[in-house]
Design a protein. Structure first.
Length: 240
């Protein structure tokens, strides 16, 4: 009887091990991130097909990603903050976009076999208008503090990144305060940081970046928020 039980247990163990091995070797590989190719990062795109006085059709392209069956493409209008999502079975997508408007975009690689996805880098470009000789800067992105981050009371350093299709950024104006419409704090800054900004424990602060170029064009980052001396419960409150 004991011998029979032992043989049965051995058989079950072998069966379970065999199933586990089969499952581990038959799993599909994760999709890989796509590499964006066009429009080029931080460029003014003039290659679109004009369809009206206000819109052009632009074909977004990227390198095919491994282990990928389809792509989700997110395109954000940086003036309005509106994001549209489309899908593509190939490594390109033609979209109708507003002219003389900045956009950001990225691609998510998807597999039919897995729920796992992979996101590409985020790129920005300008959908050029008729006879546009100078483009406004892209809206700046904050680097630190992160959106809604909790910081220690005392002082905080604000840092950001910015770009311009014409590479002619001249300066930045920083707005900072405890209201959702922060007041002017520093003007005509040429660095991408402001150090030693005073913050009081228990307060919520808001800040924004106005980027100016040599031609007098401007862009607005929208409003970011941070919390001082408590858990970071506050996220970004952007106006764009």
């Amino acid at each position: 009887m004991k011998k029979h039980i032992i043989i049965t247990l051995i058989a079950i163990t072998i069966l379970i091990a065999g199933c586990s091995k089969k499952n581990s070797t038959s799993g599909a590989p994760d999709p890989k991130p796509a590499a964006l190719t066009f429009p080029a990062q931080n460029s003014a795109c003039t290659a679109g097909t004009v369809i009206s006085s206000t819109q052009s059709t632009i074909t977004l392209t990227w390198n095919s990603a491994s282990n990928t069956d389809s792509y989700k493409v997110d395109i954000k209008n940086l003036l309005t903050g509106t994001t549209t999502t489309q899908t593509s079975a190939t490594n390109q997508l033609s979209v109708n976009l507003n002219r003389d408007t900045p956009y950001s975009w990225y691609v998510v690689s998807k597999s039919n076999s897995l729920a796992t996805t992979a996101k590409s880098d985020v790129w920005k470009f300008y959908s050029a208008g008729i006879g546009t000789l100078s483009h406004p800067p892209f809206p700046a992105d904050n680097l630190s503090p992160a959106f809604g981050q909790s910081v220690a009371a005392g002082t905080v350093n604000l840092t950001w990144t910015a770009s311009d299709p014409d590479n002619d950024i001249a300066s930045y104006d920083i707005y900072f305060g405890t209201t959702a419409t922060p007041v002017s704090y520093k003007t005509r800054i040429t660095d991408k940081f402001v150090n030693g900004v005073t913050v009081i424990s228990g307060s919520t602060y808001y800040w924004r970046i106005i980027t100016k170029d040599a031609a007098g064009n401007t862009s607005d980052s929208g409003v970011f928020s941070l919390a001082s001396g408590r858990d970071g419960l506050f996220g970004m409150n952007q106006s764009r």
